[in-house]
Ligand binder design. Structure first.
Ligand code: 13P
Length: 247
């Protein structure tokens, strides 16, 4: 599997922001890694239209468990696929916190994503209190086994380890801490999925920026990044793409 540089725009970006995708592709038309941007749902169809056939995948940030129905305000995986998305982020800590998403719900959403032929990016990670209490690996293991969809393979699932305390704070774990969690997740994936578990990409997310990307990408079992703030600007995300391509 190629490494993956993924950007999560969260609730940021109007049509003017599509220009960042054009600039990114102009600078990185054929990177050695895969590139993915997940803009807000309102931009997915336009983004996918403008990047069709190019080296930039477009993804969603959430989906419903059902394909359609009476669920005001929600978007199904099939709708994301129809709009041109290839991936969907699921179980982001902001959704777990803001919308009370449980592991079981994230798993059901991920299964809906696979059924719609989307690649599911399943997020997990500890809070600062959980890390301080020495619960990081147990928590990450619970989230992994509880959230991973039935039918997961190296091709249709990506894991993103995002320590909650590192998101949007400018703080990152030490490289040893990142290595410890990624090695643990790799072993747990191998237990759950056998041979495929060795191929599932494990992304690191949380305050990744151009200045720290290369050292993070040198860590064993870091197969890419899920980038928030630094994915909003083509120059910053492009520098992260370049660092991953060189890793
Ligand atoms: P930041 O890169 O802004 O810390 O956000 C990380 C994140 O939550 C990506 O999903």
């Amino acid at each position: 599997m190629k490494k993956l540089a993924a950007g999560n725009w969260k609730m940021n970006g109007t049509t003017a922001a599509l220009e960042e995708m054009r600039v990114l592709l102009a600078a990185h038309p054929a990177p050695a890694c895969e590139m993915l941007l997940c803009p807000p749902a309102t931009l997915i169809a336009q983004a996918a239209y403008h990047t069709k056939g190019k080296a930039l995948h477009i993804g969603g940030q959430d989906c419903h468990t059902k394909a359609s129905g009476a669920h005001t305000g929600d978007i199904s995986a099939a709708m994301l696929k129809d709009a041109g998305a290839s991936h969907v982020i699921l179980g982001h800590s902001e959704r777990r916190a803001d919308h009370g998403e449980t592991n079981a719900l994230v798993k059901a959403k991920a299964e809906a994503a696979l059924a719609a032929d989307l690649i599911a990016i399943v997020c997990l990670g500890e809070t600062e209190a959980q890390r301080d209490a020495g619960e990081t690996l147990a928590l990450c293991g619970n989230q992994l086994h509880g959230s991973i969809p039935a039918g997961a393979t190296a091709a249709n699932v990506v894991i993103a380890y995002e320590p909650v305390w590192a998101i949007g704070t400018g703080r990152t774990p030490t490289l040893e801490q990142i290595a410890e969690v990624h090695a643990f997740l790799r072993a747990e994936l191998a237990k759950a999925l056998g041979e495929d578990g060795h191929g599932v990409r494990i992304l690191y997310g949380g305050s990744v920026k151009p200045s720290n990307a290369a050292e993070i990408f040198a860590v064993q079992d870091v197969d890419g990044a899920l980038v928030g703030g630094a994915s909003l600007k083509a120059a910053d995300f492009g520098a992260i793409v370049a660092a991953l391509s060189a890793a």
